[in-house]
Design a protein around this ligand. Structure first.
Ligand code: C5P
Length: 285
């Protein structure tokens, strides 16, 4: 059983309130991308989760392990599977890599154990694992609210090329949210025009409406992120933004050739992991 686990970028991330449960109320425009891990699920004598990257935990420290236990508990099946994760999505990067792997486990076990649970049910289970996991069940272009788990699917965007660049910095999501202060925000996403831009597939309006309030936390501490954003635009990106709590920066470009130029420019100047990829439609995820 092989599942592809696609990452995401935030075309918008706005914090609209603090909640009693320690989380923040968000408004996010999430976009699935054609950049994925591979998650292989095999019957085994006992539960085992392994990855091919030393900086990503094996076993109980991996969200995919918790995903197996959750599916096992709710379905009554024994969690006797081996999960082998081939990582390509940069780790701790703001691209939902760990969430995508966990979502792939939910989808994969749904098939392996012939449960036939609908996507809506998997999304509810996914919310118990993390705020970005529900989106990763189906991908596409989505307005996410609540703590990120309330999903409103939007029409697919026309294809956009994008360059991702992740500096060698570890950013904890909890740290970014803890240090957020509305007073420090200089650029908020413009949600209403952005949603209109998605409906109309209007690229210029999309670029103009994008924004991520967590840049006010992460970019203040790590100046390199702002420098990478600026270099991407200098090299030809139509728009650049940090994804999630960072540190990955993505640049939207209007052709593959421009993407190659932007990728070369950031690789020359910075110590970054990079990839040139595309947005993904919901039915391609
Ligand atoms: O849900 P997840 O485990 O991915 O969240 C990681 C951390 O990010 C949470 O513990 C919380 O500190 C912060 N967070 C938040 N508000 C959200 C999502 C995450 O404060 N909506």
């Amino acid at each position: 059983m092989l599942e592809r686990a696609f990452g995401k970028v935030n075309l918008a991330l706005d914090i609209v309130g603090r909640r009693g449960d320690g989380y923040h109320d968000l408004k996010m425009l999430l976009q699935g991308i054609d950049f994925c891990d591979e998650v292989e699920i095999l019957p085994a004598r006992e539960l085992q989760v392994t990855t091919d990257r030393p900086d990503v935990p094996d076993g109980p420290g991996n969200l995919a392990f918790k995903a197996v236990l959750l599916m096992s508990e709710r379905s009554g099946r024994k969690p006797n599977v081996q999960v082998r994760i081939t990582k390509r999505i940069f780790a701790a990067a703001g691209l939902a890599g760990g969430s995508a792997d966990a979502a792939a486990v939910l989808r994969g076990l749904n098939r392996l154990w012939s449960l036939f649970w609908p996507a809506e049910k998997l999304e509810k289970l996914a919310a118990e694992l993390g705020s970005d996991v529900p989106f990763c069940i189906r991908g596409g272009t989505v307005l996410a609210t609540g703590r990120g788990e309330i999903l409103e699917p939007l029409p697919d965007l026309d294809e956009h090329w994008l360059v991702l660049a992740k500096p060698r910095i570890e950013v904890s999501t909890a740290w970014a949210y803890r240090n957020y202060s509305a007073a420090a925000v200089t650029e908020r996403p413009k949600l209403a025009p952005l949603l209109a831009a998605v409906q109309a597939n209007d690229r210029q309006a999309l670029y103009a409406g994008m924004g991520n309030v967590l840049e006010s936390v992460t970019c203040r501490t790590y100046k390199e992120i702002t420098a990478i954003k600026e270099e991407m635009v200098r090299a030809g990106a139509a728009r650049s933004l940090m994804s999630g709590s960072g540190p990955t920066v993505f640049g939207l470009v209007d052709s593959q050739e421009k993407g190659e130029a932007v990728l070369a420019a950031v690789t020359n100047k910075f110590d970054v992991e990079t990839v040139l990829t595309k947005t993904l439609r919901r039915n391609e995820s």
